[in-house]
Design a protein around this ligand. Structure first.
Ligand code: ARG
Length: 261
């Protein structure tokens, strides 16, 4: 019957429209131009206040990196979608194209440059250590010989501490795990990024622990993109330049660190 054929045809068309609509919505930054909202898929290890963290009972990820990448994405005309991944899983996720960029307090270094492209540096950091307040035996990194030290897996802290002779390194999933281990007496020190250690001591009301002044390294943070994604690297650098010029970067910096460094 004719009517049946028309109905069947209509059903096929309707299905095709739905299927197409479904595809358009999730186009990501690496798939180039085209119609529909452009989405920047961002990976971050949300365990690193004040750069990326989540307050209890709050949905939104917050921190310096979160504000920075949202501002950069906005400048580029992309919708920013942030995924929480373990720090040591970030580069593999980028290589597997599950994400387009990493922003995660990630230090720019030569080893990582073999696998990713970095943006211009956006924050000057370095490594310091945290010990218990009553600690007498550890005043400098030299004193770590024969001690137990907690570090976050896959970080520069993990790499640097392993270079110090005679240290027993305990590799844990997050900086919070490291601090917990220190308080519980399972390790003698935590080596981690200076701004995160300082924030932990001063802002999160930690007691019974102190941060030491000495810096083991100086490090710069960068935003990472895929090794084959020069185009995105350039777009990010251009947007970053823009928000440095128009004062947006300074505003975000002041919000999280109080003053311009
Ligand atoms: N800056 C250090 C590194 O790149 C630690 C970064 C850790 N980031 C984080 N979100 N947990 O290895």
């Amino acid at each position: 019957m004719k009517m049946r054929k028309v109905l069947a045809l209509l059903a096929v068309c309707a299905f095709a429209v739905f299927a197409l609509a479904g595809c358009g919505g999730s186009q990501n930054a690496s798939s180039g131009s085209g119609s529909g909202a452009k989405v920047l898929k961002v990976g971050s290890s949300i365990d690193f206040a004040p750069f990326e963290f989540q307050d209890e009972g709050q949905k939104e990820y917050q921190g310096f990196d979160m504000d920075l990448i949202r501002a950069i994405g906005k400048e580029m005309g992309y919708e920013v979608e942030i995924q929480n991944l373990g720090f040591d899983g970030l580069i593999p996720a980028l290589q597997g194209k599950n994400i387009d960029v990493i922003i995660s307090g990630m230090t720019i270094n030569d080893e990582r440059k073999q696998n990713v492209l970095f943006s211009e540096p956006y924050y000057q950091s370095g490594l310091t250590m945290v010990v218990r307040s009553d600690e007498q035996g550890i005043k400098t990194f030299q004193d770590l010989k024969g001690k137990k030290v907690a570090v976050q897996m896959g970080t520069t802290s993990a790499a640097e501490v392993s270079k110090i002779d005679g240290v027993e390194v305990k590799t844990l999933n997050t900086p919070a795990d490291c601090f917990m281990e220190l308080k519980a007496g399972g390790v003698d020190a935590v080596v981690n990024d200076r701004p995160v250690n300082d924030y932990y001591i001063t802002k999160s009301g930690a007691t019974g622990v102190k941060a030491l002044e000495e810096k083991l390294t100086a490090e710069d943070y960068g935003i990472a993109v895929g090794k084959d994604n020069k185009e995105l690297q350039e777009k990010i650098n251009a947007a970053f330049k823009k928000i440095k010029e128009n004062g947006e970067y300074d505003k975000i910096f002041a919000k999280w660190f109080g003053e311009k460094k």
